[in-house]
Write a protein that binds this ligand. Structure first.
Ligand SMILES: Cc1cc2nc3c(=O)[nH]c(=O)nc-3n(C[C@H](O)[C@H](O)[C@H](O)COP(=O)(O)OP(=O)(O)OC[C@H]3O[C@@H](n4cnc5c(N)ncnc54)[C@H](O)[C@@H]3O)c2cc1C
Length: 341
């Protein structure tokens, strides 16, 4: 079977590696532009990985991925996994019991459900709504999706994947890819794993964008005295973040800029200011924004990186919706199996 994968972010790279190694195997061509340093999502990703998510559906793939990274010397090394724990704070209406049970099935003993008072006592929150609830994970932390992508691309090439440093101009239902220099190359399977560039590539190809759309994501690297705080999400304020190696604290808030062009994303200064103000309010410390990093990702409803069909032999593998660093390890294994079935 001949497979073409368009896109060399962490999704395309791991899918290529999984596909070439799968039982029965396949001949794989991967097309990637931007190896020269494009700020794709995989390059700038915060890399937070944890098992817990607010729903059972989202927790499964995240927990499965994290369990595989932790149990594999190869994936731990490729991804640069650092285990620092994680904290996820939710409003009291949230039911955390079922997702926490899913975490426990993959990572026994990792997750503990705690009340608001314990969070305020043990982490530097100045205040939290009275009915807040939180999940504290021991086995969680962060990876470098860029490092993981680079290693997976190298290993895929060693296993026989042909990596073309070339942009794909369009894909067709044949299925085939048309490269920027006008060549049309036919395959048994074509997978568009071009992240936030996917909707534009499909539209340019005259294909339906299949519910995929882009959204701006940014975080700020801040000077903030947040001792005792590791990777965290606080759904009350919307803040999320983690400490970085250079002493800065990565802090972000969700953004609602939809339909952005991935080639012209620039930092939103007002959002960066809101991050600093919100962090000052929630933690009661001074917070100064040093630098803001902006990019975007491809979103889908329901969210999640998955192989989705566009017709016989033609697929997308994107839609991570700002969270595919957490799920790409399991999603790529499932996608490779489905592709070759
Ligand atoms: C700022 C930011 C912070 C994030 N933080 C986290 C986090 O903490 N935890 C988490 O789980 N997730 C996080 N994410 C999400 C996660 O990083 C992404 O979901 C994931 O990296 C997406 O990978 P991808 O391979 O689908 O896309 P990308 O990494 O964007 O890769 C797509 C690739 O396709 C290439 N391409 C595009 N068009 C073409 C074409 N026509 N021909 C050939 N190649 C093409 C591009 O050059 C690019 O290299 C974050 C995302 C952003 C933007």
């Amino acid at each position: 079977m001949r497979v073409a994968i368009v896109g060399g972010g962490v999704a395309g790279a791991l899918l290529a590696w999984r596909t070439v190694r799968a039982p029965g195997g396949a001949s794989v061509d991967l097309f990637t532009e931007g190896t020269g340093g494009r700020a794709d999502a995989s390059r700038v990703s915060g890399g937070l990985v944890r098992a817990f998510e607010p729903t059972v559906e989202a927790t499964g793939p995240a927990a499965e991925s994290l369990a595989e990274i932790r149990s594999s010397d190869v994936l731990r090394e490729w991804s640069g996994y650092r285990e620092t724990g994680a904290l996820y704070v939710l409003p009291g209406v949230a039911s955390v019991k079922e997702p926490a049970e899913v975490v426990d099935a993959y990572l026994p003993g990792s997750a503990e459900v705690v009340g608001r008072d314990k969070v305020v006592r043990e982490f530097p929150f100045r205040t939290l709504p009275a009915d807040s609830v939180a999940v504290v994970e021991r086995h969680a932390g962060h990876i470098s999706p860029h490092r993981l992508r680079t290693a997976a691309l190298g290993a895929a090439a060693e296993e026989g994947v042909t990596v073309h440093s070339a942009a794909v101009d369009a894909v067709t239902q044949d299925p085939a890819v048309r490269t920027a220099d006008g060549r049309v190359l036919r395959y048994d399977r074509v997978v568009v794993a071009a992240g936030a560039w996917t909707p534009g590539l499909l539209a340019r190809s005259g294909l339906p964008v299949a519910g995929l759309r882009t959204k701006h994501i940014q975080y700020s690297l801040c000077a903030a005295a947040l001792d005792g705080l590791g990777p965290f999400v606080d759904e009350n304020s919307g803040l999320y973040g983690r400490p970085c190696a250079d002493g800065a604290f990565l802090l972000g808030l969700p953004c609602d800029r939809w339909g952005v062009d991935p080639d012209s994303v620039t930092p939103d200064g007002a959002l960066a200011q809101r991050v600093a103000e919100s962090a000052r309010r929630v933690f009661g410390v001074s917070v100064a924004v040093d630098r803001t990093v902006a990019s975007c990702d491809c979103y889908h409803d329901p969210a999640g990186l998955a192989l989705r069909s566009l017709g016989p032999g033609l697929h997308t593998f994107t839609g991570g919706s700002g969270g595919a660093a957490k799920t790409v390890v399991s999603a790529s294994r499932k996608a490779a199996a489905a592709l070759l079935a």
